[in-house]
Write a protein that binds this ligand. Structure first.
Ligand code: MN
Length: 289
């Protein structure tokens, strides 16, 4: 199982020094993957990243959420086209880095809504995801549709809704991306959504109920790890956390990160890696019983 670390454990900005810090600290901690927050794929320095990865190899994945101007689930075709271009650019960046996973709220603006999406807006978004998926497939990249809570999307809040959405998209490289933080808010338990997804689960975020240290909140991690084992999940498992200790102007505000839940990135990351490894190991031993 590949275990990863979200970039915001290490850096708020992914300019070349921030990227290098995130890469080297993730490797030193023992993670297999660094997930890059690729909120601005146009501003990301690809050449510098390739150079860094040449010296410090690690598997890269990337996540993003759309802004108002790039919301593909919209009736405004200018936004839809801008969102499609941004996703295509992100695919190109990841292809250059040899990455296989683009995940997150690719399908819409990350915010609290006061109304549901219209049928036309939804159809516009589905068409974009389908088209970007075809481009991604040429590079062996899968698109993970992240299920997030009601304050971050008005469309995909449960695994059931995500499965319906990817059925509409109808491309084999579009998969469900579950996040325990969001599941803890919206799902009935930590087991059923994973079982429903089965082999269509392609990416996992592990986050605590308050996004702090794993094990210090209310998420049922033993249940979640058993669920992953029951479907023989072998995709990425990435630790995601946010604190005012490390801030990205855009992302931290979109995600309402107002409190300091940790201040020592190294201690936090070591703890998370151990927590995930131990949880997965405990589940493995059940086969011996
Ligand atoms: Mn997440």
């Amino acid at each position: 199982m590949m275990i990863g670390c979200h970039g915001l454990v290490w850096a708020g900005d992914f300019d070349p020094p921030g990227f290098e810090r995130a890469v080297t600290r993730s490797r030193a901690t023992g993670f297999d993957i660094l997930e890059l927050p690729l909120l601005d794929p146009y501003g990301f320095d690809v050449d510098a990243a390739i150079e860094t990865l040449g010296r410090h190899p690690i598997t890269i994945t990337a996540s993003l959420g759309q802004s108002r101007e790039t919301d593909v689930t919209s009736e405004d075709l200018e936004r839809v086209r801008a969102g499609e271009a941004k996703l295509n650019r992100a695919v190109d960046v990841l292809a250059a880095l040899g990455s296989r996973h683009l995940v997150g709220v690719l399908f819409g603006e990350l915010r609290k809504y006061s109304e549901p999406p219209t049928a036309r807006a939804r159809a516009n978004g589905v068409a974009v995801i389908r088209s970007v998926a075809d481009r991604a497939a040429e590079h062996g990249i899968t698109l993970g549709i992240e299920v997030v809570n009601r304050y971050e999307s008005n469309m995909i809040n449960t695994a059931t809704q995500a499965l319906r959405y990817i059925d509409e998209v109808d491309r084999p490289n579009v998969v469900v991306h579950l996040d325990t933080y969001h599941m803890n808010i919206e799902e009935s338990d930590m087991y059923r959504p994973v079982a429903l997804c089965g082999d269509r689960l392609g990416y996992v975020h592990v986050g605590e109920s308050h996004r702090g240290y794993l094990g210090s909140g209310t998420v049922d991690f033993p249940g979640f790890f058993r669920a992953l084992d029951s479907i023989s999940y072998d995709g990425p498992i990435v630790f995601e956390t946010f604190s005012t200790a490390v801030v990205n102007e855009n992302l931290s505000r979109m995600l309402a990160v107002w409190r300091n839940l940790w201040d020592d990135s190294d201690d936090l990351a070591q703890h998370a890696l151990g927590f995930i490894r131990n949880g997965l190991r405990a589940v493995e031993t059940i086969a011996l019983h």
